[in-house]
Design a protein around this ligand. Structure first.
Ligand SMILES: Cc1ncc(C[n+]2csc(CCOP(=O)(O)OP(=O)(O)O)c2C)c(N)n1
Ligand code: SF4
Length: 372
């Protein structure tokens, strides 16, 4: 029998799992020294974006802190699926207290380490969008305002998933949840409400704020490592699709995250001391329909009783994000005065003036080097 040469399909790519790259070019996750902070055996749903995001984020934080990390968890899916007492998938010092107090507990842990002179020990706090934007919001704002030495990571799956998909203040307009039903004249979640946590964090003037998605895992690792190099209050808002709550195929988690970014629905950027310092450009712009249609939570906008008017309003949100953050190549960030009345993600929806839609000529393929 003849020999068949081994094919190294990943040679020459920077895909996040590529172990054939030189050691210094590998992602943390592809490296031999990754810490497996959250290990197999947890009970997340198949295709859970939050489980994936946490794995990459905490392993990156562990790498940057040389394993000297304490993670504080709010109540929510990440805590419940990872740690059904007396079991736990975490292989990192990890503490859970209440739904709403993770930022305050993290502040306390950081203060205790300081008093003990353990300056090498770093602290990360993490929670879902419900605990971050709603119930833990006051504690988080206090943590920002005092500039406590904590990196807070919000895993945004746009609803309270652990208790059966209730609306949070990060749920997008028109989305169906258990508390925003797909019936009536204005079906799904309301337009013009909600909170833009990355911008609220920036308004505190903290050293570092970033957004990221599980579609760009090298970018996520880079942002976590960058945040961990700094001290003071830092915030990362990570977009993590939830197959169960969104009604998407579990194999579509990465695709949904990519479409959120490529449609402009989720702007990916970094900011320091309240100023945007960089954005991840849209590589191939898609209309919001492409992002909305695969999700059952938006099914009432399509089909027999289609609501193109509501889809157009969602498109206007994406277009405003694109203009505001300069997400297409060649677009500069607008004069803030133009956007006085809007949030980037959940604007109080004033329809765009005629002719203000994204410039077609700029819908070109833009390659972000080094990001897969
Ligand atoms: C004070 C309090 N209120 C309500 C609950 C019930 N509860 C536990 S987890 C959860 C939802 C968590 O949602 P989110 O923070 O968005 O995280 P996800 O599960 O979506 O990751 C709720 C309402 C609780 N544990 N404590
Ligand atoms: S409900 Fe959503 S966030 Fe929770 S474990 Fe399942 S996929 Fe993950």
């Amino acid at each position: 029998m003849g020999f068949q040469p081994v094919k190294f399909y990943q040679t020459g790519t920077f895909t996040v799992g590529n172990r054939l790259l030189a050691a210094d070019e590998r992602s943390v996750q592809a490296g031999q020294t990754r810490s497996n902070s959250i290990n197999s055996g947890h009970r997340a749903c198949q295709g859970c974006g939050e489980a994936l995001g946490a794995r990459y984020a905490i392993d990156a934080a562990m790498a940057e802190s040389n394993g000297q990390l304490i993670a504080v968890n709010a109540t929510g899916c990440l805590e419940v699926f990872s740690t059904p007492y007396p079991e736990s998938s975490w292989q990192v010092a990890w503490i859970h207290s209440l739904f709403g107090n993770a930022p305050a507990v993290a502040t306390g842990v950081a203060a205790a380490m300081k008093v003990k002179g353990r300056t090498e020990v770093r602290v990360v706090a993490q929670g879902g969008d419900g605990s971050t934007t709603d119930i833990g919001f006051g504690c988080l704002s206090g943590m920002f305002e005092r500039n406590d030495d904590v990196l807070y990571i919000c895993y945004d799956n746009e609803a309270y998933m652990n208790t059966g998909v209730q609306r949070s203040s990060a749920t997008p307009p028109a989305a169906r949840t258990a508390t925003t039903m797909p019936v009536g004249s204005e079906p799904g979640n309301v337009f013009g409400q909600g909170k833009n946590l990355p911008e609220i964090a920036m308004a505190h003037g903290i050293p570092y704020v970033a957004t990221a998605t599980v579609a760009d895992l090298r970018d996520l690792e880079y942002k976590v490592r960058r945040a961990m190099k700094m001290h003071g209050a830092r915030y990362i808002h990570l977009f993590v699709p939830c197959p169960l709550g969104w009604g998407t195929a579990s194999s579509d988690t990465i695709r949904m995250a990519r479409l959120a970014k490529e449609s402009g629905m989720f702007p990916v950027f970094e900011a320091e001391h309240g100023e945007v310092t960089g954005v991840l450009k849209i590589r191939h712009k898609v209309p919001v329909e492409e992002y909305l249609k695969p999700q059952k939570r938006f099914a009432h906008l399509f089909g027999t009783h289609a609501r193109p008017d509501m889809v157009a309003r969602i498109q206007a949100i994406a277009d405003r994000n694109i203009r505001k953050y300069g997400l297409l190549n060649g677009h500069e960030i607008d004069d803030p005065a133009d956007d006085e009345t809007c949030h980037a993600r959940f604007p109080h929806l004033n329809p765009l003036p005629e002719g203000e839609e994204a410039n077609e000529s700029l819908r070109e393929f833009h390659v972000n080097e080094g990001v897969n």
